[in-house]
Design a protein around this ligand. Structure first.
Ligand code: ADP
Ligand code: MG
Length: 222
C-alpha cells in the first residue's frame, strides 16, 4: 500500500534532515509511528500524503508514485484516497461543524455530495459524540471536540488510507480508547490502511506494527 524508498528530505529553512531507506506498510495494516517530538513524524505523514515532496527517493501509494505527479493531481489523489487527521485539525472556522465534515466534497469534483453522504456524516457525528454540535463553529468547541470533527471529516469519504497525526492526543483517557476503537472500526469497514502517529505508549498494543523513528538513519548536519 505504502512504499517509501531511499527518501531524503529537508526543509528549505532550518537544518532538519530526514532519511528513510525503506518503509513499507501493507494494505489493511494498522501501523503506529512513535518517536520523540521533532523527530519528523508529521513530516513523514506529509510525505506520504504528497503535501511535501522528497528531494530524492520515491513515495508510492499502491501503484501511484505520488512524488512524480503535479500539484493538482497530488491534491485530487489525496482528497479522494487519503483521510488525513491533522495534528492541528485543519478545521475552517468560517464553516460550522457539519460543513467542515462535508468540506472534502465541496473542493473536488471527484467526490459527489448527496443525501447518502449527508446521512453518513450524521451517523459519524453521532458515533463520535458531536451530533449536538453540528451547527457550531470550531472556535466554540473544546480541543477534544475539534479533534473528533477532524476524525469525522477524514473518515467520511471512506478513504483506503487513513493518516492520523496524534488523533487521540487531546482526549481524556476514557474517550481516547473509545475514539481509537471507532477509528479502527471505520478503517476495518473500508478495508483501509492506517498510519497513526502517537505519543501514547498505552495505545501501541492496538497496532499490528510500530515504526520507531529512532530506528531511521538520520543524516546529521556537520
Ligand atoms: P514531529 O511531528 O516528530 O514532532 P515534525 O515532522 O513536525 O516532527 O518536525 C521535524 C523537524 O522539522 C522539527 O525540527 C521541526 O522544527 C522542523 N520543521 C517542521 N516544519 C518545518 C518547516 N516548515 N520549515 C522548517 N523546519 C520545519
Ligand atoms: Mg508532529
Amino acid at each position: 500500500m505504502i512504499r517509501l524508498s531511499n527518501i531524503h528530505f529537508s526543509y528549505k529553512s532550518g537544518d532538519f534532515n530526514l532519511s528513510i531507506p525503506d518503509l513499507r506498510v501493507e494494505a489493511g495494516e494498522k501501523v503506529g509511528v512513535v518517536g520523540p517530538s521533532g523527530s519528523g513524524k508529521t513530516t513523514l505523514l506529509n510525505l506520504v500524503a504528497g503535501i511535501l515532496t522528497p528531494e530524492k527517493g520515491s513515495v508510492c501509494i499502491n501503484e501511484m508514485e505520488i512524488n512524480c505527479q503535479n500539484d493538482t493531481t497530488r491534491r485530487d489523489f489525496r482528497i479522494t484516497n487519503i483521510g488525513f487527521i491533522f495534528q492541528d485539525f485543519g478545521l475552517l472556522d468560517y464553516l460550522d461543524v457539519k460543513d467542515n465534515i462535508l468540506h472534502p466534497y465541496r473542493i473536488t469534483g471527484a467526490l459527489k455530495l448527496n443525501n447518502d453522504v449527508r446521512d453518513r456524516a450524521d451517523k459519524l457525528a453521532i458515533q463520535m459524540g458531536i451530533d449536538d454540535k453540528l451547527n457550531r463553529h470550531p472556535s466554540a468547541l473544546s480541543h477534544g471536540e475539534r479533534q473528533r470533527v477532524a476524525i469525522c471529516r477524514a473518515l467520511l469519504p471512506g478513504p483506503k488510507l487513513v493518516l492520523a497525526d496524534e488523533a487521540t492526543g487531546n482526549l481524556d483517557p476514557k474517550n481516547k480508547v473509545h475514539i481509537l476503537e471507532l477509528l479502527f472500526k471505520n478503517v476495518d469497514k473500508h478495508d483501509a490502511t492506517l498510519l497513526a502517529v502517537t505519543h501514547d505508549q498505552e495505545l501501541l498494543p492496538y497496532f499490528d506494527k510500530v515504526i520507531n523513528f529512532n530506528d531511521f538513519l538520520r543524516e546529521e548536519t556537520l
